[in-house]
Design a protein around this ligand. Sequence first.
Ligand SMILES: Nc1ncnc2c1ncn2[C@@H]1O[C@H](COP(=O)(O)OP(=O)(O)OP(=O)(O)O)[C@@H](O)[C@H]1O
Ligand SMILES: [Mg+2]
Length: 334
Amino acid sequence: MSERAIEILEATRRFGTKVAVDGVSLSIQRGEVYGLIGPNGAGKTTTFSMMCGYLRPTRGTVRVMGVDPFADGALKGKIGVLPQDAMLPGGWKVGPLLMYWARLSGLDAPEKEARTSLERVGLMEAWGVDTHALSHGMAKRAALAQALMGRPPLVLLDEPTAGLDPRIANQVRQVIREMKDQQTTVVVSSHNLQELEQLCDAAAILDRGKLAQAGTMAELTAQGAEFRVQVAHGTVIIPEPPVPARRHVGADGGRDAPAHPLRRPGIPARGGHQPRGGPPAADRGAHPGRLPGPPAGRAGAAAHVAGGPPGAKRNPRKIPGETPGRLRSPGSGW
Ligand SMILES: Nc1ncnc2c1ncn2[C@@H]1O[C@H](COP(=O)(O)OP(=O)(O)OP(=O)(O)O)[C@@H](O)[C@H]1O
Ligand SMILES: [Mg+2]
C-alpha cells in the first residue's frame, strides 16, 4: 500500500479563462496532518474539491488513497469532507440528518455513528434541533460531525475553525489531534497560521493558484525559510503606523506593496459541496455552492509571496490581531 494518501501531479483547474489552480503538485503522506495555506482566492477550496472528487482537474492527475477520486464510489467509506461554509439542508433535525447520511454512507450503526460524532464535536444538545435553527458555529460543527462519521482514514477540512468561538475552535483542534493519534490523514485549511503551525506536520502554500512552497512545518518555519504572503487590493489606505512603516518587496521584484492587512468584509455563506455519501460527484464546471459572480473586491487582488533569502534578517512587525507564530501573514487573516 502506498505511503501516500494524496498525490497531486501538475494539476490545473480552470473555470473558463480563470486558472484557479495552476500546475500544482503535492504529496501527502498517510497519517499526517497537512495544511493548505494561502490568501483568499489562492485555490485552496478548488484543490480540496479536486481531492474529494467534486471537481475534475482540467489537466494533471489527482490520486487519493490510491484511486482516482472522480471514479464513481471510489472514495466511499475512505474520506470525510467538511466543505467550506457547508450549508445543511432544511427540514431536518440534526440527529436524524446525521443518521440519514450515515445510512447513505453504508455505515453499520447509523444512530451510534451520529451520536458519537456529535459528541466528538460537543454538540449533543443539538440532536433534536432543526437545522435552520442552528447558529453558524453549531451548523459548522454539525457538518464536521458528518465528516467524522465512520472514522474514515482521510478527512478533508476546509476552514474548520472559521467563525467558531475560541473555546469551540480549540475543541475542533483537539478533534484533529485525536484523529492524528489514530493515524487518520487530515488535510486542513485555515487563515489562522498559528493554528496550522501547531497542528500540521507539513503544509503547502498556495498563491494565485500556484504552489509557492511545500514542506514539513520544520522546513517552512526554519530560520531562513520564513515567507510572507501579502495581499494588496485596489487602493489601500494605510493609517499612520505607530512604528515606522515596514515596506515589503514582492517576490516578483515589483514595487513595494503596502504592509497593511486587507480586511475583507464577510463573504456570504456558500455551500453545496456533496457531503460524503451523497450522489456521485458531478463536475458542473462551477465552484461548489458559489453564489453567482465572484465576491465583490476579489477581482484585481494582488498577492505577493516573498520567500526570504536564507539567513536574511527578519523582524516582522507585530500587527494588532496578528496570530503569533513563525508562519506569518500581515494581518489576522491574510
Ligand atoms: N466556479 C468558479 N468560477 C470562476 N472562478 C472560480 C470558480 N471557483 C473558484 N474560482 C476562482 O478561483 C480562484 C480560487 O478560488 P478558491 O475558492 O479555490 O480559493 P480559496 O483559496 O479557497 O479562497 P478563500 O480563502 O477565499 O476560501 C479564485 O480566484 C476564484 O474566484
Ligand atoms: Mg476557500
